[in-house]
Design a protein around this ligand. Structure first.
Ligand SMILES: [Zn+2]
Ligand SMILES: [Zn+2]
Length: 355
């Protein structure tokens, strides 16, 4: 029998999220059933709820930064047991056979990965629904283990914001001696700073606003550069090995490319739109610079970043909310009024449902 679950869903692009009851599937042989304890609130949730990308099928239950406890396992599950603390991130399935999947890079699955919400489940044709709910059922391949002692609410955003910044830093081999610049100080940026520091790099935050300097230092940045100040930008020209660019809206990359030394790499993790203004090819060619992109991270790497955060005492700065504060949280998030991630205490959904 499928299980009835409680959730908060968007029923249309222009209405607030509200209560929604729906069914989670029976356990398949490789499935893990999870009671959700906490769920982070990502910008993608907001975009999907408001159909900003024109691909939302309503009603939709957002949420892909999930922490919970295993309540049941399918007959072939070997990695998890009832009672264990686990996480689920942005993906819940992929073809599992292509070269990307074989490499543990399910986010680049040649047949497309199944998003935690807003995707059609390739097995039964239903829409996937995310973590703003009291329970979820996920194949064990797409479940990760919470390391011993990790703070659970602040671990939730590692499932998206953490892995999105960790994956490129690891892929490009960031290590002691490297200079890393981080552009943007939101959920992704602040995790990027902490992770790059823990990997041993010298980290600089680039911000347009003088008012953010103290906060940037508090986040652990070694230096802060005001990117709108041409003299400050000129001072650091051709000095960086990597620029981690978390800005999700169009911006001029050319001034940032110029701060890369030769062979430096500018990594986009937030911009999904055409680059405008255009990038000067000469600035790439004359210094053999690389302009790159990176999407979340694979499942083995997601486990790795959780373990890395636990070992290095890295947590995401979170503000806890109850589920009935989600619409207000969306409003505040849009204004950049959160340091740095809202996390929903899902116990609040149970008390809501009882009321
Ligand atoms: Zn996300
Ligand atoms: Zn695949």
């Amino acid at each position: 029998m499928p299980t009835q679950v409680q959730s908060y869903a968007a029923y249309a692009a222009d209405t607030p999220l509200s209560h929604y009851r729906f069914e989670r599937r029976d356990l398949r042989a490789d499935d893990v059933a999870i009671d959700i304890l906490y769920c982070g609130v990502c910008h993608t949730d907001l975009h999907f709820a408001r159909d900003d990308w024109g691909m939302t099928s309503f009603p939709i239950v957002p949420g892909h930064e999930i922490v919970g406890r295993v309540t049941g396992v399918g007959s072939e599950v070997t990695g998890y047991q009832v009672g264990e603390l686990v996480g689920v991130g942005c993906m819940v399935d992929s073809c599992r056979q292509c070269s990307a999947c074989s490499d543990g890079l399910e986010q680049y699955c040649e047949n497309g990965f199944t998003m935690t919400y807003g995707s059609v489940d390739p097995h039964d044709g239903t829409m996937t629904q995310g973590g703003y709910s009291d329970a979820i059922v996920v194949s064990e391949r797409f479940v990760v283990r919470m390391p011993e002692g990790i703070d659970l609410p602040s671990a939730a955003p590692i499932m998206c914001a953490g892995i999105t910044t960790y994956s490129p830093l690891k892929h490009y081999g960031v290590k002691p001696g490297h200079k890393v610049g981080v552009i943007g100080m939101g959920g992704l940026g602040h995790m990027g700073v902490k992770l790059a520091k823990a990997l041993g790099a010298e980290v600089t935050i680039f911000t347009r606003s003088e008012s953010k300097v103290a906060e940037a230092k508090r986040q652990g940045a070694d230096h802060v550069v005001i990117s709108s100040d041409e003299s400050q930008m000129a001072e650091v020209a051709e000095t960086f090995d990597f620029m981690l660019d978390t800005v999700p809206v169009q911006h001029d990359l050319n001034p940032y490319l110029n701060v890369l030394r030769y062979d430096g790499t500018h990594i986009l993790v937030g911009l999904l739109e055409p680059i405008d203004p255009a990038v000067n090819g000469g600035s790439l060619i004359f210094k053999r610079r690389v302009l790159a992109g990176s999407l979340i991270g694979g499942m083995p790497e997601t486990q790795e970043v959780l373990d890395f955060c636990a070992e290095n005492g890295i947590t995401c700065d979170v503000e806890m909310i109850n589920i009935d504060q989600i619409n207000e949280a969306f409003e505040r998030m849009q204004k950049g009024d959160v340091k740095y991630r809202f996390v929903i205490d899902m116990a609040s959904l149970k008390t809501q449902s009882a009321a």
